[in-house]
Design a protein around this ligand. Structure first.
Ligand code: SF4
Length: 498
């Protein structure tokens, strides 16, 4: 079986899901190969560019060594140069950044466009790469199934172009797709199975048992419980980072699942957590086998028992990930212990600096606790990546000002900042209380438009962000040091900010 991670996503680390499926197959004696076509495809395009522009090749070296991260301006220039390289052979209908793919011909949220991308696969910028690589993998092989991991919207068009190529050239091979994005699509009330002409099977949620059932293999529960992700394939890749990042996961879903704005709640995704001891064991195993520079926790929220277990572990590998403002972080000694056990940075969803807004969205956090936690993390030497959401139904201009004031007042505790405008999850509880309208005629959209009950619409918010919030020196300073494109994924490598 061939497992593929398609373009385009950030190629700074390997994908986190396929190594688990690979380990499942290995444990059940099924031959498999994982190919990261996202990384390989970007390398293919860059190689063409470097052949014509050999003097630009050093940018490829800079992004993979610490030299590229010594100076923030150099880093930004390197990203810009590599982006130019990726787009060098493209017509003006497609754009590739190091984290995204955009096409004016194919809308990723329209199933008809994705089917069209499958039909017109020769139009895709990765076609030459597919044509070069896939015959080497498939000709004279006995591969009967290809599993494609579709996690992000930016992979959608290239995924369907890949499927089109495979259907045309290898019609006997079955195509299975799974991953976060396809799971969200299938859970949408408007899902109408539009891809059944090109896809043989769709997996929703975790694929381990589904894959074995699909292959008619009786799952060995003992083996499933004890298996570890198989990252052996990454030996062939030199990802766009100056150190080896290994993704790790302690849970799927969210144990809280109450925030009214969150797709986890809207989709009612189950919370599936590994035993705490298993997470620690996995960290030790991955540290020994792959000698990572950094662990990237993929969890929506690293839960408090895992945080506690890490403080009691022997882990010495730096790590970061999302967590919630949990009460154990109110203990300064606990934060200090986390730091000694590798915690480099925590990503935290604050969303708003107005308690009323937080309460209305069931965020389950108190601003007075947030301040204590941020202060503790700063004192312990743990960086913070803070996520803010403007435009939720309970927010208005006055609340947004409160958020801005909060950020200014506590700016010294905030290392990095991400600000987004709220999207209303389709078919969510909160959407039923709003005056909604169709965002677009796209059948795969996961969001509804809504008339904000307080008139605090997207245009007002954009104006506020541009003309007020982003003009504040203290906020500007945080935004200016937040790495573009790769964001949190590269934050660790900026020594001057450590
Ligand atoms: S926002 Fe975070 S804490 Fe809230 S439900 Fe979603 S994943 Fe859970």
């Amino acid at each position: 079986m061939l497992l593929i991670f398609p373009p385009v996503a950030k190629a700074c680390e390997p994908p986190g899901g396929l190594p688990i499926l690979g380990a499942v197959l290995k444990a059940h004696n099924v031959d498999y190969k994982i190919v990261d076509m996202n990384y390989e495809g970007q390398e293919f395009l860059l190689d063409i560019y470097f052949k014509d522009n050999p003097k630009k090749r050093h940018n490829r070296d800079l992004i993979t060594t610490s030299k590229g991260y010594k100076n923030f301006d150099t880093y930004i220039k390197v990203i810009a140069e590599l982006t130019r390289g990726l787009n060098n052979t493209l017509d003006n209908k497609s754009t590739i950044t190091m984290a995204n793919f955009l096409s004016s011909d194919y809308d990723s949220l329209k199933s008809l466009d994705l089917l069209k991308a499958a039909k017109n696969y020769k139009d895709n910028p990765f076609y030459e790469y597919y044509k070069n690589r896939l015959p080497k993998l498939l000709d004279n092989s006995n591969i009967k199934n290809i599993g494609i991991s579709l996690q992000y919207l930016n992979q959608a068009v290239c995924t369907f172009s890949l499927i089109g190529y495979l259907k045309d050239n290898y019609p006997h091979i079955k195509i299975i797709i799974g991953g976060g994005l396809i799971t969200s699509w299938v859970k949408s009330p408007y899902w109408d199975d539009p891809f059944n002409s090109v896809v043989d099977e769709i997996f929703i949620g975790p694929g381990e048992v589904q894959l074995l059932e699909y292959l008619n293999i009786e799952p060995n529960r003992e083996k499933l419980i004890s298996l570890k992700p198989d990252y052996d394939f990454t030996d062939f890749y030199k990802y766009y980072s100056p150190g080896r990042i290994i993704p790790i996961s302690g849970s799927l879903g969210c144990s809280w699942k109450k925030c009214t704005f969150c797709p986890e709640k809207a989709e009612d995704n189950p919370f599936i957590a590994k035993k705490t001891a298993k997470v620690i064991e996995e960290m030790a195993y991955l540290a020994k086998r792959y000698k990572p520079t950094l662990f990237h926790f993929l969890d929506n929220e690293i839960n408090p028992s895992v945080l506690k277990a890490i403080t009691e572990s022997n882990n010495s590998i730096p790590w970061y990930g999302f967590t919630k403002f949990y009460s154990n972080l109110k203990d300064l000694d606990f934060c200090k212990k986390l730091k000694t056990k590798g915690c480099f940075m925590l990503k935290l969803g604050l969303e708003s600096g107005d308690q009323k807004v937080l309460d209305s969205m069931n965020k389950g956090i108190e601003l007075q606790d947030v301040v204590i936690i941020l202060k503790n993390l700063k004192e312990a030497g743990i960086k913070t990546f803070i996520y803010i959401l403007f435009g939720t139904p309970a927010e208005d201009y006055k609340s947004a000002i409160k958020t801005m004031d909060f950020l200014i007042k506590f700016h010294s505790y905030i290392t990095y900042l991400n600000m987004a405008i709220f999207n209303l999850p389709i078919n969510s509880e909160i959407s039923r209380q709003q005056d909604t309208y169709n965002f677009s005629d796209a059948d795969l959209t996961l969001y509804s438009g809504f008339n904000h009950p307080k008139g605090w619409n997207r245009k007002n918010i954009r104006d506020f962000l541009k003309k007020e919030l982003k003009q504040k020196e203290k906020i500007k300073a945080i935004l200016n040091r937040t790495p573009p494109i790769f964001n949190a994924n590269h934050a660790y490598f900026f020594n001057d900010l450590k």
